[in-house]
Every structure is written in structure tokens, then in C-alpha cells.
Write a protein that binds this ligand. Structure first.
Ligand code: BG6
Ligand code: MG
Length: 213
């Protein structure tokens, strides 16, 4: 592995709960409920596609201008919630594992759908840990399209077969494979069966790597 590409939400930081709160608030404003189980369907999914799923759950049909306004409202609430993020919300082992790889000469990148990536990295104090950050502001095609990971590899001149992606969402695992990269699933095996390896979190990978030294 020459380049390790990390998804952000659900791999390095648990932002899913804030996405959930903001989507739920939006659903409630429009008169329907949105459960945590519903929220599972939005992991790794782009903002506008997430809205489509939400509207489907609520049985609502709205015009494009309303969709734009709804997505903007959700994002305003989400940004308000994450503006209070700090280092304590990094997932266990996340920063340690990225630092560990870098100390062994592996390059590191972010490959995330989120247009709020820069702000989140800044709030977590880990912006300096990555050689390149590719996020939703720089891509045109959402995962499972491999664009986000391919751009990270290309920008550093690394071949896809020398990259490993760390992902918690099925769409991200598929994107990595379509891009010809290896992928470590972060989470539960029942959902991430397509990954080449699965670990509960980066803390476990850190422990394994430390034990080999
Ligand atoms: C992904 C999240 O990382 O980013 C999704 O898993 C989210 O839940 C997507 O919808 C887009 O994020 P944002 O911050 O641009 O709305
Ligand atoms: Mg994710």
C-alpha cells in the first residue's frame, strides 16, 4: 500500500448522528417521521440523493426549487450542529492510525462525498494529516462511481492497485472496487461483506499494526 484513502463520515468521525438530527428535523417540519433505521439508508449517499430517499419515505413529491430549499435548510442545521465538533468526536484510533501509516511512509488522502469536509477536518484538528483531500466540492459523480478515489490517486501519481480505501458504506466499498483498489470495511460484517477485509474500527487496526512491530 502506497496510498491509504479514508472516507470521512463514519470512518474518522461519527457525524451520522448530526446528519440524522438535521434530516429528522426537516422531515418533522414536513409532517412525517424519520427513524434511525431510515437514516442507515443515507450513509455514504450524496446530499441530493439523500433528500430523494427522505421524500420517498415521507411520500412527498415536490418541485426542484423546493428540493433545493429543503437540502439547503438541512445543511444549515447540519452545519450548526457540526460547528461545535471537536477532537473528542474523532472515532477511536482514527488519528493514531493515520499518523502510524504516515510514519511508515504511506501517503494518506481523504475521499468523501461531503461538501463540509474542509470544515470538519479543521474542527477535528486533523487537516494536516492528509496529502490530498478530495470531497464533494471536487467530484461530479457520487459513490459507487470511483471518481472520488481515482482523483485522489491521480493527484498523487499512485496506481490504483497500490491504494487501499477505508470505508463504512456499501456504496464506498463498491466505488473502491470499481476503481481497482483494495478496500477495508469499517463496521459490521453483515453489511460490508463485499469488502476485502472488515474491522470494527481503526482502533482495532492500530492495535494489530502495533502488535506486529
Ligand atoms: C457522506 C455521508 O460522507 O456525505 C452522507 O455519509 C452525506 O450521509 C454525504 O449525505 C454528503 O454530505 P454533505 O455534508 O455534503 O451534506
Ligand atoms: Mg462514510
Amino acid at each position: 500500500m502506497k496510498l491509504a484513502i479514508f472516507d470521512l463520515d463514519g470512518v474518522l468521525v461519527d457525524t451520522a448522528k448530526y446528519h440524522y438530527l438535521a434530516w429528522k428535523r426537516l422531515a418533522n417540519e414536513y409532517g412525517f417521521d424519520f427513524t434511525e433505521a431510515d437514516n442507515e439508508r443515507l450513509k455514504g449517499v450524496s446530499r441530493m440523493r439523500s433528500l430523494e430517499i427522505l421524500l420517498e419515505i415521507g411520500g412527498l413529491n415536490v418541485d426542484e426549487a423546493t428540493q433545493e430549499a429543503m437540502a439547503a435548510q438541512k445543511n444549515a442545521w447540519y452545519v450548526e450542529y457540526i460547528s461545535r465538533l471537536d477532537e473528542s468526536e474523532l472515532l477511536p484510533g482514527a488519528a493514531d492510525y493515520v499518523r502510524h501509516l504516515r510514519s511508515r511512509g504511506v501517503m494518506t488522502a481523504i475521499g468523501s462525498a461531503s461538501k463540509n469536509t474542509a470544515m470538519i477536518l479543521e474542527r477535528l484538528g486533523i487537516a494536516g494529516l492528509f496529502d490530498v483531500v478530495i470531497d464533494g466540492t471536487r467530484t461530479r459523480k457520487a459513490k459507487p462511481d470511483p471518481e472520488v478515489f481515482a482523483l485522489a490517486a491521480q493527484s498523487l501519481g499512485i496506481d490504483p492497485q497500490d491504494c487501499v480505501v477505508f470505508e463504512d458504506a456499501v456504496a464506498g466499498i463498491q466505488a473502491a472496487h470499481r476503481g481497482g483498489m483494495g478496500v477495508v470495511g469499517i463496521g459490521k460484517p453483515d453489511k460490508l461483506g463485499e469488502a476485502d477485509a472488515i474491522v470494527p474500527g481503526l482502533a482495532q487496526l492500530m492495535a494489530l499494526s502495533a502488535a506486529q512491530v
